[in-house]
Design a protein around this ligand. Structure first.
Ligand SMILES: CCCCC/C=C\C/C=C\C/C=C\C/C=C\CCCC(=O)SCCNC(=O)CCNC(=O)[C@H](O)C(C)(C)COP(=O)(O)OP(=O)(O)OC[C@H]1O[C@@H](n2cnc3c(N)ncnc32)[C@H](O)[C@@H]1OP(=O)(O)O
Length: 160
C-alpha cells in the first residue's frame, strides 16, 4: 500500500527511516486511519536490544518518520492538496521526545498511531503511540516543520 512517503520527490525519498529509495532503510509508509495516522513495521532479529526485545533507537526512528509523515499528511489535508506524484508537503523533525513505557517484544508487528495535536501554517505537533502485541510500549511527541523545496540542496550547485 502507498503512503505519504510515495509522494515525496526523489531528493526527499532517501531518508533512512522512510525513504522509498533507501534500500538499507526502514521504508515505512504512513497513512490516515480515520482521524489518526498509522504505520506498521516488523522488526528483524538484528534490531535486538537484548534478546526478545527491540532496540529503542529503532523505535525512536520509526516514531520520528511516522511523525514527519503524519505532519505531511495533516498539512496536505489542511491546504487541500490532492496527493499526486511528488507534491507532498515536506517536513523535517524539529523536536523528538520519546518515552519507553515497557520493553517492546520482538517478533510481532509494531503499530504506531499518530494524533495531530496542533497544526499551524508551518508547524505540526504529532503525538505517537507505539503498540506491540496490543500493548502500549512507547509514546512519542514529534514537532515537524514544513521546509521549502530547496531544503538541503546546495545554494550554488557550481561550487559542489
Ligand atoms: C540537512 C539535514 C536534514 C535532513 C532532512 C532530510 C529530509 C527532510 C526534507 C524533507 C522531508 C521530506 C521527506 C521526509 C524525509 C525524512 C524525514 C526526516 C526526519 C528527519 O530525520 S529530519 C533530520 C533532523 N532534523 C533536522 O536536521 C532539522 C534541523 N533544523 C532545521 O533545519 C530548522 O531548525 C527547522 C527547519 C526545524 C526550523 O527552522 P526555520 O528557521 O525554518 O523555522 P523556525 O525556527 O522559525 O521554526 C518554525 C516553528 O517551529 C518551531 N520550532 C523550531 N524548532 C523547534 C524545536 N526544536 N522545538 C520546538 N519548536 C521548534 C518554532 O518555534 C516555530 O514555531 P512557531 O511558528 O509556532 O513560532
Amino acid at each position: 500500500m502507498k503512503g505519504i512517503q510515495d509522494y515525496y520527490p526523489d531528493h526527499f525519498a532517501q531518508c533512512y527511516g522512510c525513504g522509498r529509495l533507501n534500500e538499507h532503510g526502514h521504508q515505512i509508509k504512513t497513512n490516515w486511519n480515520g482521524a489518526e495516522t498509522i504505520t506498521k513495521f516488523v522488526p528483524k532479529t538484528y534490531h535486538t536490544a537484548i534478546p526478545g526485545f527491540v532496540y529503542g533507537g529503532l523505535l525512536a526512528s520509526l516514531i520520528d518518520c511516522h511523525g514527519t509523515g503524519s505532519a505531511a499528511l495533516a498539512l496536505a489535508k489542511a491546504k487541500n492538496i490532492v496527493l499526486d506524484k511528488s507534491n507532498a508537503p515536506r517536513c523535517v523533525t524539529a523536536s523528538l521526545q520519546v518515552k519507553y513505557l515497557k520493553p517492546t517484544p520482538i517478533g510481532s508487528e509494531i503499530e504506531i498511531k499518530g494524533i495531530i495535536s496542533e497544526i499551524t501554517e508551518r508547524k505540526v505537533k504529532v503525538s505517537c503511540e507505539l503498540f506491540a502485541d496490543d500493548m502500549l510500549c512507547v509514546t512519542g511527541e514529534v514537532i515537524a516543520v514544513l521546509v521549502p523545496d530547496n531544503f538541503g540542496k546546495p545554494k550554488n550547485a557550481n561550487l559542489q
